[in-house]
Design a protein around this ligand. Structure first.
Ligand code: ADP
Length: 416
């Protein structure tokens, strides 16, 4: 059968792929891994809380990758020393309540308990007991931790209980086995923690700030992927340099510094070469991929020009898309918007204003509005995010702008 002339292992260019070894951020990873490993090896137990956060407004800079890599590396390393260890990864944006978090911890540990209807402390007791019985150490990674801190559905006492578990529930043999690695968007995570859970904030053992990637770093990341994903004759250094130059960050010229975009561009260029039947990736494929990615990127200037309620409406639409509902009615959108506005401590605007904002978002090309066809009762408008805008990036950008406008001191849950 026909084999690809371009790809040798496509999945290496997938978003979720994590290389066995990081060529960039290796020293940061080593530091974190070493920290935990030493304590586990001493057998004295460990209950560390560390924090990774990134440069303001930057995504794709390796926060999640680093955290997961630390978890995976620890699993590899501990095996060599005969230590039982497991990492648990939770994206708290998709699990914004304590019960959801506990359910995910239990299921990833393959601990069969019913979390629903049990008190948080009972579930935590069951978890610590399970770890004691199995002599199992764990690292719980809580990604997008800022969304937990901003959530009114999670109360501070429960956050304390979870993060300082052994103060409330001492280990039977005095050996603490639960560690946390928190991942936040940017430095504001620290002030949010100071506000909501100051005693946890003061206990953070290790803080790691990640800058956007430089040209050189992106080049190294791309080269590793190209070596694994592509046939040797299908790529050359110059092509990778083009991509690294385009996205690389430096203090003077700025730049996105995003490994996500750089890798996506390489994948798109490779796919273009393949579709066109070329035997290798050409410069024109990279140029085309770069311009396509530019189109698919977020219109930040437009977003910054929106008022808070337009942003909240946009955020509601992006959230629906992320929840798998890409086409929604105005009624559904209004419900969602009311919820989101309340979340951010804003009172929702009335019907007329809401429709003015919707039309404005449509005029800017951020959303598509179309009249519903048959099958839906009465006349309504169906709304969706413009197809070239990636919902997850949009959500991050909008949230970040909303938080930028925050006036601290107006109390928790009210950031604008
Ligand atoms: P963030 O969490 O900062 O938004 P991610 O960790 O999700 O960024 O990284 C985005 C993409 O870039 C992922 O596909 C990831 O595999 C890749 N990536 C990021 N940093 C590295 C790195 N140091 N080495 C290899 N790949 C990386």
């Amino acid at each position: 059968m026909y084999g690809s002339q371009i790809f040798r292992d496509r999945k290496v260019l997938d978003e979720s792929y994590i290389p066995d070894h990081l060529r960039v951020r290796a020293s940061e990873a080593e530091l974190l891994v070493g920290r935990y490993l030493n304590r586990f090896r001493e057998g004295l137990g460990s209950t560390d809380i560390s924090l990774i956060y990134g440069s303001l407004g930057k995504v794709g800079i390796g926060k999640t990758t680093l955290a997961k890599y630390v978890g995976l590396s620890l699993e590899r390393e501990t095996r060599r020393y005969g230590i039982n260890f497991k990492h648990v990864y939770i994206n708290t944006y998709s699990a914004p309540s304590m019960h959801q978090i506990l359910t995910l911890i239990a299921s990833q540990l393959e601990l069969n308990i019913s979390v629903r209807g049990s008190a948080v402390i009972e579930v935590l007791k069951a978890i610590t007991d399970y770890l004691y019985r199995r002599d199992l150490y764990i690292l719980v990674i809580l990604d997008e931790f800022q969304s937990l801190l901003l959530s009114p559905r999670v109360d501070d006492d429960h956050l304390y209980l979870l993060l300082r578990i052994y103060e409330e529930i001492p280990a039977k043999d005095g050996i603490n086995r639960i560690n946390f690695l928190l991942v936040g968007q940017d430095f504001r995570i620290v002030s949010h923690m100071k506000e909501r859970i100051p005693q946890v904030e003061s206990q953070i053992g290790f803080r790691l700030y990640l800058k956007p990637y430089s040209k050189k770093e992106l080049y190294d990341i791309l080269e590793q992927r190209a070596e694994m994903a592509l046939e040797p004759h299908a790529w050359n250094e110059y092509l990778l340099e083009m991509i690294a130059d385009y996205y690389g960050y430096d203090e003077v010229k700025g730049g996105e510094g995003s490994a996500r975009k750089a890798i996506l561009t390489l994948r798109m260029a490779a796919e273009l070469a393949e579709v066109k039947g070329a035997s290798s990736i050409q410069e024109e494929h990279v140029r085309l991929a770069l311009s396509e990615n530019a189109v698919a990127s977020i219109p930040l200037d437009d977003l910054r020009g929106l008022n808070t309620h337009e942003l909240l409406i946009l955020l509601s639409i992006a959230s629906s898309t992320l929840e798998g509902k890409s086409l929604i009615t105005t009624g559904e959108l209004r419900d969602k918007y009311n919820e989101v506005a309340e979340f951010y401590g804003e009172s929702p605007r009335g019907h007329t204003q809401f429709h003015v904002y919707l039309r404005n978002l449509g005029a800017l090309g951020l959303i598509d509005l179309k009249p519903s066809g048959k099958g839906i009762k009465g006349r309504t408008t169906l709304i969706r995010l413009s197809p070239e805008i990636p919902a997850d990036r949009l959500r991050e950008a909008v949230e970040s702008i909303i938080l930028d406008r925050a006036t601290p001191g107006r109390g928790r849950g009210s950031w604008m």
